[in-house]
Write a protein that binds this ligand. Structure first.
Ligand code: PMP
Length: 362
């Protein structure tokens, strides 16, 4: 086998090696099925067992009560921030958005196609270096929900506490931190997350939604594939689900449980993040622009003094077995995404390289 590198990709991103090995073992023939998961009917008992097991595991990991439906859907994070307004609001209704980054902004833009999507607060003027704080009274009284992006993958910031949202239902995109830190489901009416960061391969999106908030009926113009209700009624299988991605995510859920659950993941992620932030803060060469209280423990962004040094860092990192470390084009610089599948060893290797690079280039 070719040597695996230390992978700091923002998504799709590193998966636990044990999970990949399990998938490798099952890839040609899933036990008892006579075929691969990729070749299996989603209406078969084998597949029903796979999806049921994945849902049960996620419910245990996040203490999800029966009043919430758990859905495994196609369409990614983008699919979800498009679906949310159509299922929680009627055409023209008011909704509220905190714009704390690129995807939070895109979510608001999609909602604005559907209704009156009010931007309650934004940190755009600072290129999203902090999480805007709000008061419940800032939210329009008739808003059907307040939407936040819990963890801003590109800008490396996160909501470390809930916004003051009063009685307005809260909807959150936790794509880049779900299962990487504890999230109290009962604080939210709807949570969604694209799998391709912390949960599994691309292709599946988790939705945890309080059943009572889903409009029934939705406006007639909403296409069937964009409606939650048929998926809730059919256990995510109104149509063909993203079978392989659900299977892989189920393996990741089992792995997280075996490691000690989300609390343990958060403990590890905090240690990995603190090692990077402490070093960056102590250095005059590296910089992180995010307000300290809003820093993400899954996406650590940092800069070096020039564009030339950034390119040099990326190239030399690769020679040192460190890949996917380039920052997003909206911020430039560098980014280490340190999701659950990224080991302490990988972070130590990155730190060693950062120290060497600083010494050679300061
Ligand atoms: N939300 C967040 C926080 C993201 O990081 C991303 C993708 N990087 C998205 C939404 C969009 O997800 P997708 O590409 O699956 O549509």
């Amino acid at each position: 086998m070719e040597k695996r590198s230390y992978n700091f990709a923002a998504g799709p991103s590193a998966l636990p090696l044990e999970v990949l090995k399990q998938a490798q073992q099952d890839i040609l023939c899933y036990p008892g099925a006579g075929c691969s998961v990729m070749e299996m009917s989603h209406r078969s008992q084998s597949y029903q067992d796979i999806i049921d097991r994945a849902e049960a595991s996620l419910r245990r990991l996040m203490n999800i009560g029966d009043e919430y439906a758990v859905l495994f859907l196609q369409g990614g994070g983008t699919g979800q921030f498009s679906m949310v307004p159509m299922n929680l609001a009627h055409r023209g209704d008011t909704t509220a958005y905190i714009v704390s980054g690129n995807f939070a902004g895109k979510a608001q833009q999609e909602a604005a196609r559907w209704g009156n999507a009010v931007i309650v607060a934004s940190s755009k003027e600072s290129n999203f270096t902090y999480i805007p704080k709000i008061k419940a009274s800032d939210i329009p009284a008739d808003a059907k929900y307040l939407h936040i992006c819990g963890n801003n993958t590109i800008f490396g910031s996160t909501f470390n506490s809930l916004p003051d949202h009063g009685k307005t239902p809260l909807v959150a995109d936790w794509s880049s931190a779900l299962l990487g830190k504890e999230v109290n489901v009962n604080d939210y009416d709807l949570i969604y997350a694209g799998a391709q960061k912390n949960l599994g391969p691309a292709g599946m999106t988790v939705v945890i939604v309080k059943k009572s908030i889903v409009l029934d009926p939705v406006d007639d113009v909403v296409p069937i594939i964009m409606r939650y209700k048929p998926q809730i009624d059919n256990g995510s299988m109104y149509n063909t689900p993203p079978c392989w991605s659900i299977y892989m995510s189920g393996l990741v859920f089992d792995w997280v449980e075996a490691q000690g659950g989300v609390k343990e993941m958060e403990r590890r992620n905090k240690i990995k993040a603190a090692a990077l932030y402490d070093y960056i803060d102590a250095s005059a060469f590296y910089n992180n622009p995010v307000a300290k209280e809003d820093r993400s423990i899954t996406n650590v962004v940092f800069t070096v003094p020039s564009k030339e040094l950034t390119d040099k860092f990326v190239a030399e990192a690769k020679e040192n077995n460190i890949i996917n470390i380039k920052g997003h084009k909206l911020v430039g610089g560098l980014r280490a995404s340190i999701y659950n599948g990224v080991s302490q060893e990988a972070v130590s290797a990155l730190l060693d390289f950062m120290k060497k690079f600083e010494k050679e280039n300061q």
